[in-house]
Design a protein around this ligand. Structure first.
Ligand SMILES: NC(=O)c1ccc[n+]([C@@H]2O[C@H](COP(=O)([O-])OP(=O)(O)OC[C@H]3O[C@@H](n4cnc5c(N)ncnc54)[C@H](OP(=O)(O)O)[C@@H]3O)[C@@H](O)[C@H]2O)c1
Length: 322
């Protein structure tokens, strides 16, 4: 099969298209013919050796896929021929991938494989973030940074579906339009987001900030919270990992909440399928439908990753091996 490998930790430009044997499934693994693979920020970090997981070289990146089941363990709920989405962690930028059975999700008939490939990483992360870590309640107001990106669009869409009002922060008109299309009631630019958030909330601030960006907007994000507000820390695309002055937390009765989806579900057997039981109806009726960005053939995986590297991605970028 054809696959894209990282041979050296040189970022997207060091990726190579190679011929490899198809993956041999372990005892609890499902083998999937990959039709689409989602391109995520962790794939970019992995290609540079900057992610918390450091696989041995060479490796095939690609953490989420959708396609058709080739083989499944005996007694599994999915069978050869089923259309599924899956979180494979690694190995997704290939014609065939293997994923653990617990991370394979049968797709409703009306949901395309392209949409399916956009679900596992960002939608599941955001579901964990908003519901479990952030305890979001209907009627609350949520501010989302990086709102046109993969995590951002998922957060805007799910928060809206759960009955929140969403203020989306994004850096260009095109990105703000994308955030609006997935359900943001208000869209603002990063430069002056604190003052605009205060104005939009009548001075009260927001109940929750979803932050995949970090960097120098962090302190203003804390200032944007209302009493008992929660700032969810998801990532640091802005570069710098911020620090917190603890007095801000006690003076304003606010929480900074870490969100590490992978670190959670890998220690909680059954959690992913619990998440899918809640998400599948929203996906089936279209309330969760990640906006799809640019789509690339397998041999252009490096260009796909560069979209994220150069801050150009809008919605979910995909690689389509077939
Ligand atoms: N904690 C978890 O469990 C978990 C799970 C999945 C992903 N993540 C993390 O979440 C973060 C976002 O991932 P994503 O897939 O949403 O990425 P993405 O699609 O590339 O979006 C990231 C957004 O960050 C903003 N940004 C600000 N400065 C940037 C810079 N220098 N370079 C690139 N983007 C910049 C951009 O928005 P503007 O241009 O509008 O500012 C961009 O749209 C990553 O750090 C990823 O590792 C965490």
């Amino acid at each position: 099969m054809q696959a894209v490998q990282v041979h050296e930790l040189g970022g997207p430009s060091a990726l190579r298209l190679v011929e490899l044997p198809e993956p041999e499934p372990g005892p609890d693994q499902v083998v999937i013919e990959v039709h689409a693979a989602g391109v995520t920020f962790p794939d970019l970090l992995l290609s540079r050796g900057e992610y918390q997981i450091k696989p041995e070289l060479p490796f095939v990146p690609g953490s989420e896929v959708a396609g058709v089941v080739r083989s499944a363990p005996p007694g599994a709920a999915v069978r050869p021929g089923d259309r599924v989405a899956a979180f494979c962690g690694l190995g997704g930028f290939a014609e065939v991938a293997a994923a653990p059975l617990e991370a394979v999700f049968p797709l409703p008939a009306q949901v395309s494989l392209a949409t399916g490939a956009a679900l596992p990483m960002n939608t599941f992360t955001v579901h964990f973030a908003l519901t479990r870590r952030g305890r979001l309640r209907a009627g609350e107001t949520v501010l989302v940074h990086g709102a046109a990106g993969g995590v951002g669009t998922a957060a805007v869409q799910l928060a809206s579906a759960l009955g929140a009002t969403v203020i989306a922060v994004a850096s260009s008109d095109e990105k703000r339009q994308a955030a609006k299309e997935v359900g943001a009631q208000h869209v603002i630019a990063p430069d002056n987001f604190l003052a605009e958030t205060r104005e939009l909330t009548g001075g009260r601030g927001v109940a929750m900030v979803v932050d995949p960006v970090g960097g120098d907007r962090f302190t203003d994000s804390l200032r944007a919270l209302s009493v008992e507000g929660r700032l969810l820390v998801l990532g640091f695309t802005g570069g710098e990992i911020p620090t917190v002055k603890m007095n801000r937390l006690l003076l304003n009765n606010i929480d900074v909440v870490g969100v590490g989806w992978g670190a959670f579900w890998t220690r909680q057997p059954g959690y992913l399928q619990q998440q899918w039981a809640e998400l599948a109806p929203l996906v089936a009726d279209g309330r969760i439908a990640p906006p799809l960005g640019r789509r690339f053939p397998l041999h252009e995986t490096r260009e796909a990753l560069m979209q994220l590297e150069h801050r150009q991605a809008i919605g979910q970028v995909l690689v389509e091996p077939r």
